[in-house]
Design a protein around this ligand. Structure first.
Ligand SMILES: *[C@@H]1O[C@H](CO)[C@@H](O)[C@H](O)[C@H]1NC(C)=O
Ligand SMILES: *[C@@H]1O[C@H](CO)[C@@H](O)[C@H](O)[C@H]1NC(C)=O
Ligand SMILES: *[C@@H]1O[C@H](CO)[C@@H](O)[C@H](O)[C@H]1NC(C)=O
Ligand SMILES: *[C@@H]1O[C@H](CO)[C@@H](O)[C@H](O)[C@H]1NC(C)=O
Ligand SMILES: *[C@@H]1O[C@H](CO)[C@@H](O)[C@H](O)[C@H]1NC(C)=O
Length: 753
């Protein structure tokens, strides 16, 4: 009798779990009644590989093939539910993939600033806080039946070309910044590598940074940068292989690249294709001779799942034709199921699993809102501020005017991969909280700004105001996935609008730039009628509030742009030219702050504040002797390139012994407390062909009170930070003088054997 009662109770509990999930027609959760513990793969006492093997052994070939696509079918006889692998979480949980829905109990989620903006904080603690908050909202949405457990972020491709429509999704152009961002995002999002809170995905592996541009499509084009940090230190549980080819072979068919990740970097997880990246291997790239060959190429290369349905359609025939074996499929399934096990997907109904109590109350919380606010505050970049025009004093502003098509909108605050924001605040709304009578004119119908028939109204509104704020810049109509820019100038007639307003304004105007890519605003930089320029990227749902706080000096701005602001003349460079290094013989200027030799509108790491900072090296070595340690280890033999002595970095170099700490003083010379990023660069006084002009060694966000000094330490890893890669890809340390640089302060260090 008691046994019967117990069983009944168990059944009722399970039924409760089922009916509370969003869909009643779900077959069941895996390993729940009636299949409760009847399969070894449900037995949590067994090892994960054992469970994966057991699960695979129960599947027929057609059932297996159905698991190889992002929309994986269920297997009702085993109690396996359908699973959607594709959910998105770039800077907030969003419904740009089919795995996330806002149609249930949860109708919105926190929209944090777009990544290119948060990157400008250069604050790793903040980056982790954002990723953790996004993950909590993701797990909460999963438990409510509105999201999966596998998310396809971050995007860590290098922002190599200023026109790239997805540059906004990335941490910018510097490989060190991107690596550290990747580590922070992934480790905070996933929590732990053995049992995953959620799964994050480093994309797009690799050499992918161009959308459709002048007839070139992003997937027919070659190049190559690294994802090592994301896997090795971030412990990412997913890699997404990209559309493009890498040296003539589609990225998803590059077995060497996937092997490198697994064997050399210790990658444990699954490899997904970018969406339809398998179909195009045959259909567009003509790399494979048949659909079955395309399927064989990716499965044999180590790809595990196809975003799209190409594998669903062609894998069985590939097996029949002998191009793919069932072993190839089992290999992929093992990787897929292991990630699902680590996520706890087979450990019962969502509410019973680890973190099962997270739900609607954990989304759009005050705490997450505070992180979104903090992210925008730490990231806004002040590019110009003539004569300390900003901050404004609230009681000294008799009237305020806001001009610009984005001023009263909230739908462009997030940039791409945005979800439904919790409670977005437009710039107009934010300013009116300070000056209720703020007047507004859009000036243009939208950011395309093709017509000037609303200029007159804008000019009138600006003329009568005491202080004028103009919002200009970009929207997803200019830059997004599948859309690169052609020009770096302000779109349409926006420049004319700014000029028209500046010419009638009583005082110089405040220009606010929105957008994810750099804009050539040299006209505004050089025009004294424009007192201040703020770049606010896509600032997220609280953007309007934070802009008003910035203008009225509620905080001291301290963001540094992690991209180079190239002039319009850069558009003469073909986007398809992937070379980072300049080529003086053809006038090719190179790319990014490490190599670009041309003029800039604003350089990498530009950013002002309402105070001024200065630096001093307190302690730093003048000399590094490689001889002492080399006698302990092996005899390093300096070699020469172009008459320059260098030491090749090999495994037997004791890099640990060559690390040293730099002590740096940061002085705040102004009247306002502030925090800002301190960036340490290095360059070698002796140049070899192909070495960068400078490289970023390290950075730290530092708080310094007004008229006070803060001391910080930055660890220099000689092998990594003072070395360079020669033209053949060999990593070397050039012997001789190296220069460490903090803004305009330099310290010389001599490296000898
Ligand atoms: C689960 O596996 C353990 C270890 O092999 C075994 O002792 C136990 O009986 C299994 N449980 C069930 C319900 O099969
Ligand atoms: C939400 O949308 C999805 C996809 O359109 C649908 O399957 C699901 O039933 C919807 N849920 C609710 C509660 O409407
Ligand atoms: C870095 O970000 C964290 C989280 O927002 C914040 O508490 C901290 O003060 C920031 N550090 C500096 C120096 O601004
Ligand atoms: C921004 O683009 C969206 C479409 O992506 C459009 O609905 C909106 O009106 C645009 N806003 C402005 C100010 O251009
Ligand atoms: C922008 O406004 C113009 C009218 O001036 C209109 O033709 C165009 O479709 C609008 N663009 C968008 C994206 O709404």
């Amino acid at each position: 009798m008691p046994l019967l009662v117990l069983l009944l109770l168990l059944f009722l509990l399970a039924a409760g779990d089922l009916s509370s999930s969003a869909t009643r027609n779900h077959p069941a959760y895996p390993c729940m009644p009636p299949h409760f513990n009847s399969f070894p793969f449900c037995n949590t006492s067994l090892s994960l590989p054992h469970r994966a093997k057991s699960l695979i052994s129960h599947l027929t070939l057609p059932e297996k093939v159905q698991q190889l696509v992002n929309t994986a079918a269920g297997v009702p006889r085993l109690g396996l539910p359908p699973y959607q692998w594709w959910s998105e979480s770039l800077h907030g949980i969003n419904d740009n993939g089919p795995g996330v829905r806002f149609n249930g109990t949860i109708q919105a989620s926190t929209v944090f600033p777009q990544v290119i903006l948060s990157a400008a904080s250069l604050n790793r603690t903040l980056w982790r806080a954002i990723a953790r908050a996004v993950a909590v909202e993701g797990r909460a949405m999963h438990n409510s039946g509105q999201a999966g457990l596998t998310f396809w972020a971050p995007n860590i491709n290098i922002f190599r070309d200023p026109r790239w429509g997805r540059g906004q999704e990335t941490p910018g152009e510097d490989p060190l910044v991107s690596s550290l961002y990747a580590i922070d995002y992934v480790s905070a999002f996933q929590s732990r590598s053995d049992s995953l809170f959620l799964s994050a995905c480093c994309k797009h592996y690799t050499a992918y940074d161009l959308e459709k541009w002048k007839g070139f499509k992003r997937y027919t084009f070659d190049a190559e940068p690294p994802f090592k940090s994301c896997v090795q230190e971030g412990k990412a549980s997913c890699l997404m292989c990209s559309y493009n080819q890498v040296n003539g072979v589609p990225a998803c068919a590059r077995r060497d690249l996937i092997d490198e990740a697994r064997d050399d970097w210790g990658f444990e997880g699954y490899v997904t294709s970018d969406c339809d990246a398998v179909a195009i291997i045959y259909e567009e790239q003509k790399y494979a001779a048949s659909p079955e060959d395309a399927v064989a190429a990716v499965l044999k290369a180590g790809m595990d799942i196809n975003c799209g349905n190409y594998l669903l359609r062609h894998t069985e025939s590939a097996v029949k034709l002998g191009k793919v074996t069932e072993e190839d499929i089992n290999r992929a399934l093992t990787n897929l199921f292991l990630v699902q096990f680590r996520l706890g997907l087979y450990d019962g109904a969502p509410k019973r699993r680890r973190h099962g109590l997270l739900g609607p109350k954990d989304v759009c919380t005050k705490e997450h809102r505070e992180i979104a606010l903090e992210a925008a505050r730490q990231s806004f970049v002040l590019l110009k501020n003539d004569n300390g025009f900003l901050p404004l004093k609230r009681n000294k502003v008799s009237s305020l005017a806001l001009i610009g098509p984005a001023g009263d909108k909230t739908n462009l605050l997030g940039g791409d991969y945005s979800g439904v924001p919790c409670n977005p605040i437009s710039i107009l709304h934010g300013l009116r909280d300070y000056v209720p009578s703020t007047s507004y004119a859009s000036g243009c119908p939208n950011t395309s700004c093709l017509v000037d028939n609303e200029f007159e109204e804008a000019v009138h509104v600006a003329r009568v105001a005491d202080v004028v704020v103009v919002v200009a810049g970009l929207n997803l109509t200019e830059e997004t996935e599948e859309l690169d820019r052609v020009s770096l100038l302000l779109p349409g007639k926006q420049k004319d609008l700014v000029n028209a307003v500046a010419s009638v304004s009583k005082k110089p105007v405040i220009l606010v730039l929105m957008g994810g890519g750099p804009i050539d605003v040299s006209f505004a930089r050089d025009d004294p009628r424009i007192a201040s320029i703020f770049w606010i990227g896509y600032p997220g749902e609280v953007g309007g509030q934070v802009l008003a706080e910035a203008v009225f000096g509620e905080f001291n701005p301290g963001g540094y742009s992690t991209m180079t602001w190239y002039p319009e003349s850069f558009t003469a460079v073909p986007m398809t030219d992937m070379r980072m290094r300049p080529d003086p013989s053809t006038g090719y200027p190179g790319r990014t702050h490490r190599f670009y030799t041309g003029d800039v509108v604003y350089g990498f790491a530009s950013g002002l504040s309402y105070t001024t900072y200065s630096y001093k090296f307190i302690s730093a070595p003048n000399e590094l002797q490689l001889l002492g340690y080399s006698q302990k280890k092996v005899e390093p033999t300096p070699e020469t390139v172009d008459g320059v002595d260098y030491l090749q970095i090999e495994e037997n170099i004791a890099c640990e012994d060559l690390k040293f700490n730099l002590k740096i003083a940061v002085m705040n010379n102004g009247d306002m407390d502030g925090s800002h990023p301190v960036l340490l660069f290095s360059r070698s006084a002796v140049k070899i062909k192909g070495s960068p002009m400078r490289q970023l060694v390290g950075f730290d966000r530092v708080f310094t009170a007004a008229h006070k000094t803060t001391e910080i330490e930055i660890l220099v890893d000689t092998c990594k930070d003072l070395s360079t890669v020669d033209e053949t890809g060999k990593r070397i340390i050039i012997l001789g003088t190296h220069v460490l640089m903090l803004k305009d302060i330099e310290h010389e260090l001599s490296i000898k054997t």
